[in-house]
Each structure stands twice: as structure tokens, then as C-alpha cells.
Design a protein around this ligand. Structure first.
Ligand code: C2E
Ligand code: CA
Ligand code: CA
Length: 661
């Protein structure tokens, strides 16, 4: 126990001073006894032949024993920590000792005084005086004890002079009294210095404590900052930053030890739509649950949230690729059970991309890129929610990289063009509008379909530039069409992602002189749901200028009736995957029929896409469809083919009119 452990009583106003005084006393006390013993024994030896045995043998032995015990006690006490209360007790006791010690040694010295001749008497006075001064030095820091001690020894001396009435050395005695008095006065200053020293020490200690606290606080803040910088605030999981440094370290470790390392990246399919539908609180709760389920599933494996709705897990020490894949599939099972969020239970289709660290992907960057690519593939292909990066993906990635590079270096004016596919009202055989479809013919890699190069342009951030070029061109090419023929143009999610990109489109429309009422922008359902709030804003500002909005690939995304109602839509285009089964799959038939009814009820036009056969067209007619697009009625045409197509449609209309009349 240290002296700080116990609270000092209120009477101890300065605990530090008490401790400092005690420590000084415990250091000096053995010395006091030693000085007394040396002085006493030197006198005893000088008076050996003249003084009685009790004065030179027995009494000195008694004093020596007492002194030895005291010295031993002090030496022991010096090593131990002492409480303030204990120290104070010892200091109070020192006042009593300040009487007893002078009595013990003073009596020894002065008891020999009457037996010696003048010289020996002088020696007694000299020894007592020197001893007193030496002891005064020892108790410099105990002012009261020093005063009591000095007073005591002088009173004992005076008492001897008076008892034995021998004043031969009285003058010497008097001068030693004066000398002691003067020293007491001088020592007073030292005592003040001592007090100041203790105060300064106290202040330094307080400052040091403060500094220590500050250092602790700084360290705590640094730790917190580190945690914040490396962890996701919502789930508490490591974030992207920490993920990359851990991934790098784990890759090096796995390569050195020859262990297998797999990286799985998860993406919560439909999360954004659910976030918009149920609100951000529900979205946060969902992410938390995914984090919790992942932790419960993988135990000690490293998990991170890479941002948004992307999580990842590192699979270490699998015996082989097959086991790593099985473990990844097992983790994916966390999406099997629905999640409970405020507003209801929701099911998510988790997309997973897996990559293995091997000689073909030797660095952590390769590993990450491969897993991210596998994830992209899994998201693109609706039938494959789990993709392990393999030879097929490597080839696809190589093609994508080549595509990206070629597209970025392409001469847009020469290589890009547009084809136009008619959308026809099958009741009147009238062409309502043409949908502009992008075409790219690269001198290096040949013809590339838009379903390949549009996603690459979106991914590389090149899409806005591409859209601007294509829109300008489409507006120019459609300028000479008859006024009742509209132009339908496809937009990407990125084109709607900010006010700037939207105003870029509007400026182009304005500059073209093309009547906005004849222009229709097609946005896919998945693009709208990618960031519903922003899409809503963008669609509203487009609508203000008079252009029409069509929801493309309807039925493949996650929009709700509420959102459909909220969006100022003019048209929906039922995805061609439903038309594919319309003649033989009752579900597809039912879906197309319901969507037609829904659009009529909502007063929105409905185009059935991808009609390829007469049977499909008949079924569409049967269930009340009127607007149709498909290879059966017209394939995409170069701009030069448009007048011909219109002329054919007109002659068909005439034929129909003639046969009806
Ligand atoms: P989309 O907007 O759904 O366009 C219709 C696609 O279906 C076109 O393919 C068209 O050729 C094809 N199609 C039309 N009728 C039939 C049919 O009866 N059977 C079959 N099998 N297919 C039919 P395309 O031209 O290859 O375009 C594919 C997709 O690329 C488009 O799908 C659209 O999402 C995108 N795309 C094309 N041009 C552009 C563009 O300029 N900008 C953007 N952002 N996307 C574009
Ligand atoms: Ca379209
Ligand atoms: Ca479509």
C-alpha cells in the first residue's frame, strides 16, 4: 500500500509535506543514533580510568542496545511504503523522541562531566556541542523536533552546571547555546526552502499527472480515430481501407506458407430498392443483420463491409478449391431466410463473386479484381447468383478490358452509329415512333453489340460522353422524319445520376430544335431502382420540358406500385423475357396480361417488346395489347431504312382501310 491509497484526514493539510518530512526523518534517524553513539563512546573511552563503571560501561551498553534497536527499526521502516496517517503519527512521535534522545545521550555525556579534569570537561562540552549541531543538521526538516531537541540538550547542560556548581567551562557552554540559537535561526530559512521544494515537487507531480492524463486521452483518441478510420460506423466491421491492408498481408502470408486463400464478395441484390421502399432505418437494420449473420456464419474469418451493400469474407486454409467454393456457398446461405425489418420481412438475393489466390492472380489487387469481376458477372446474369472466377471469367475479363481500352480510344464519329426499330400500334398498323439503338463497329475488334459495350462504358465512366454523342446524332437523324413520328432514346442510370448530367441532356434537346413532345427517354426499371430518389428528381425535371418517359424492361426490376405511381411515366415496356413464354407458359401469359390491365388502369401506354412470331402477336392482340415492338414487325434499321419502313406501314394501313371499307 502506498501513502496515496488512503485519503488523509482533514487535519493533514499538506500530505505531501508530511510524507517528505517522514522520508527525510527515516533517512536521518539512524544517523542521529550513530552520531550519539560515536560521541558517547568517545567520551566513555576518554573517561575510562576516571569515571565509575556504570558511566563508562553499563550505561553506554544500555544506550547502545536501545540505539541498535531503533536503528534497525528505522532501517526497516525506510524500505516500506507508509500511509500519510502513519507518517504523521511518526512525526508526532518525533516530538517525544526530541526529548528522549537528548536525554539519553545528554545524560551520558554530562554524567561524565564531574569525573574528568578541565581538559576532559572541555572535551565533554565540545563533544556534546558538536553532536548537537550534527543532529540539528539531521533534523533540519522537522522544525519543532529540532527546537525541542536543542532546548532539551541545553537545559540538561545547564542543569549539570547548576547541580555541580562548576562554572569553569560555563562561558564555553554559553557560547555553544548562542551558537545553537543562531543555527536554529539559520536553519529556519532552510526549512522554508524545504517547504518550497515540496510545493514545487507537488506542482510538478500535478503537472506530470495532468500530462499523463493528457497522453492517455491522446492515446485513447488516436485509438478511436484509428478505429473510426478502419471500421464501418454502422456494422462495426472493418471497412474498405482496413480490408485492403489485411488482404495484402493475408496474401503474402498465404503465398509464403503455401496456403489457399479465397475472397468472396457479396452484394445484396435489391437492397437499394428495399432501402427506398422501406426507408433508411430499415436499410440500416438490414445491413446490420447481414453483418451479424455473416459473423455468426464464419466465426474468426475476416469480414469487411466494402461500402454500400457490399460485404466480403476471406476464406483461409481450405484444403482445396472445391472446399473453398463449398464454404463460400455455405456463407451465401445466410440469404436463404428472410430478414425482419421495420415494415415487414424481406428476402434478398445475395450475389456472390469468388476468386482464389493462385499463380494467375498472384497479388492482392488481382485477387480483388477477379472477385469483383465474378460479382459483376453474377449480377449481370440473372440465373447465376454465385460465380467463381475461373477460365471462362478470365476470358470474359480479358475481353472486357480489351473492349474498355478499344472503346476509350475509338473514333466515335466513324465507329458509332444508330439503328432505329419501329414501335407499332397493331390496331392501326401505324408506326408511332422509332427506338434508337446504338451500334459500334470497331476496326480492331469488329461489331460489338450494345449489351456488351454499354455496360463497359457505364463501368468506365465513359457513358455520359457516349450518350451525348448518340443523342445528338439521333436528334439530327430524326429531324426530317414526319412530325407525327416520335423518337425513343435509351438512357443509362448514370445519365440520371446528377442534376448536371440531366441538364446536359436537356441542353442537347434544346439545341437540336427537335420538338420535346416527340422525344421519349427510355429508362430501365433497374436503373431507376439503383437510386430511386435521384431518378425521381431527374425524371421530374426531364418531364418539365415536355419529353415523355418510358420505363424499359419492365418486370425485371424491383419497383413497387407506389413508385410506379409516383414516377410521372408515359409508357411501360414489358420485357421481352415475358413475351418469350407468352404462348406456352401460363405464368408469362398471366404477367403480360396483368401488366396490360395495370397500365390501362393507370392510364399509361404499354409496349410489348420482343414479339417475334405470329402466334405471339395473336396472343398479345387477344389480351388487349396494342403497342408492339419486335423482329416480326420490324428489325432495327439504319437511318436510311426509316422512310421505306414508314412507306410500307402506310401502304399496309391503306390496304387494311380498303379491305375494311
Ligand atoms: P432494349 O432497350 O431493351 O432494346 C431492345 C433490344 O431488343 C435491342 O437490342 C433490339 O435489337 C432487341 N430486340 C427488339 N426486338 C426483338 C425481338 O423480337 N427479338 C429479339 N431477340 N430481340 C429484339 P440491342 O440493339 O442489341 O440492344 C440491347 C440493349 O442495349 C438495349 O435493350 C438497351 O438496353 C441497350 N442499348 C442500346 N442502345 C443504347 C443506347 O443508345 N443507350 C443505352 N444506354 N443503352 C442502349
Ligand atoms: Ca429500350
Ligand atoms: Ca427493353
Amino acid at each position: 500500500m502506498t501513502w496515496l491509497d488512503k485519503d488523509p484526514p482533514a487535519s493533514i493539510s499538506n500530505p505531501d509535506l508530511v510524507i517528505a518530512q517522514y522520508k527525510s526523518l527515516s533517512r536521518q534517524a539512524p544517523l542521529i543514533y550513530l552520531i550519539g553513539l560515536v560521541g558517547g563512546w568517545s567520551l566513555a573511552i576518554s573517561h575510562w580510568s576516571v569515571a565509575p563503571a556504570w558511566a563508562v560501561i553499563y550505561y553506554p551498553i544500555l544506550v547502545s542496545i536501545v540505539s541498535a534497536i531503533r536503528i534497525a527499526n528505522w532501517l526497516k521502516a525506510r524500505k516500506a511504503d507508509v500511509s500519510v496517517i502513519e507518517a504523521k503519527k511518526q512525526l508526532d512521535r518525533s516530538h517525544v523522541m526530541a526529548i528522549l534522545v537528548p536525554l539519553l545521550f545528554g545524560f551520558w555525556g554530562f554524567s561524565l562531566f564531574p569525573y574528568g579534569d578541565l581538559a576532559l570537561q572541555g572535551q565533554v562540552i565540545f563533544t556534546v556541542c558538536v553532536g548537537t549541531v550534527s543532529i540539528m543538521f539531521c533534523v533540519l526538516h522537522l522544525r519543532t523536533a529540532m527546537l525541542i531537541g536543542v532546548l532539551c540538550i541545553n537545559v540538561i547542560g545547564l542543569a549539570y552546571f547548576l547541580v555541580y556548581q562548576n562554572f569553569d567551562h560555563f562561558a564555553v557552554f554559553l557560547s555553544s547555546v548562542v551558537f545553537c540559537g543562531a543555527l536554529t535561526f539559520v536553519f529556519r530559512n532552510y526549512y522554508e526552502d524545504f517547504l518550497q521544494l515540496v510545493t514545487v515537487g507537488q506542482q510538478l507531480k500535478a503537472k506530470q499527472t495532468q500530462l499523463e492524463l493528457k497522453a492517455e486521452e491522446t492515446e485513447r483518441l488516436a485509438r478511436e480515430n484509428e478505429k473510426l478510420a478502419n471500421h464501418d460506423a454502422l456494422t462495426g466491421l472493418p471497412n474498405r481501407r482496413l480490408f485492403f491492408s489485411v488482404l495484402e498481408a493475408k496474401c503474402t502470408q498465404a503465398q509464403t506458407k503455401g496456403h489457399l486463400l479465397a475472397l468472396c464478395i457479396f452484394d445484396l441484390g435489391g437492397f437499394k430498392a428495399l432501402n427506398d421502399l422501406f426507408g433508411h432505418v430499415a436499410g440500416d437494420s438490414l445491413l446490420l443483420q447481414v453483418g451479424t449473420r455473416l459473423k455468426a456464419k464464419v466465426g474468426n474469418s475476416f469480414i469487411a463491409r466494402l461500402g454500400g451493400d457490399e460485404f466480403c469474407v476471406l476464406i483461409e486454409n481450405a484444403a482445396n478449391v472445391r472446399e473453398a467454393e463449398m464454404r463460400a456457398r455455405d456463407i451465401r446461405d445466410i440469404f436463404n431466410a428472410p430478414f425482419l425489418v421495420p415494415g415487414g420481412g424481406v428476402s434478398l438475393s445475395g450475389f456472390v463473386g469468388v476468386a482464389i489466390l493462385d499463380d494467375d492472380a498472384p497479388s492482392y489487387v488481382n485477387l480483388y479484381e477477379n472477385a469483383a469481376f465474378a460479382l459483376r458477372v453474377s449480377k449481370r446474369k440473372s440465373d447465376q447468383h454465385f460465380v467463381v472466377f475461373g477460365e471462362e471469367q478470365r476470358e470474359e475479363m480479358r475481353k472486357t478490358v480489351l473492349l474498355e481500352r478499344t472503346l476509350l480510344n475509338a473514333n466515335l464519329f466513324e465507329e458509332l452509329s444508330l439503328e432505329y426499330q419501329p414501335i407499332i400500334d397493331i390496331r392501326s398498323n401505324r408506326v408511332l415512333c422509332f427506338e434508337a439503338l446504338a451500334r459500334w463497329k470497331s476496326p480492331e475488334i469488329g461489331e460489338v453489340p450494345p449489351s456488351d459495350f454499354i455496360p463497359v462504358a457505364e463501368h468506365s465512366g465513359y457513358i455520359n460522353q457516349l450518350t451525348s454523342y448518340l443523342l445528338e446524332r439521333a436528334l439530327r437523324e430524326a429531324r426530317d422524319w414526319p412530325e407525327d413520328i416520335g423518337l425513343s432514346f435509351n438512357l443509362s442510370a448514370t445519365n440520371l445520376s446528377s442534376a448536371e448530367t440531366v441538364s446536359q441532356l436537356l441542353t442537347l434537346v434544346e439545341r437540336s430544335g427537335f420538338a420535346p413532345e416527340r422525344l421519349e427517354f427510355e429508362i430501365t426499371e433497374t436503373a431507376v431502382m439503383w437510386d430511386y430518389e435521384q431518378s425521381l428528381k431527374a425524371v421530374r425535371s426531364l418531364k418539365k420540358t415536355g419529353v415523355r418517359i418510358s420505363l424499359d424492361d419492365f418486370g425485371t426490376g424491383y419497383s413497387s406500385l407506389k413508385q410506379m405511381h409516383e414516377l410521372p411515366l408515359d409508357k411501360i415496356k414489358v420485357d421481352r423475357s415475358f413475351v418469350r413464354g407468352i404462348t406456352n407458359d401460363p405464368t408469362c401469359y398471366g404477367i403480360v396480361k396483368s401488366l396490360l390491365t395495370l397500365s390501362h388502369d393507370m392510364n399509361i401506354e404499354c409496349v410489348i417488346e420482343g414479339v417475334e412470331t405470329g402466334a405471339e402477336l395473336e396472343t398479345v392482340k387477344e389480351i388487349g395489347g396494342d403497342l408492339v415492338q419486335g423482329f416480326l414487325l420490324g428489325r432495327p434499321l439504319p437511318p436510311t431504312g426509316v422512310p421505306d419502313c414508314l412507306a410500307k406501314a402506310q401502304s399496309k394501313q391503306r390496304e387494311a382501310w380498303l379491305s375494311a371499307s
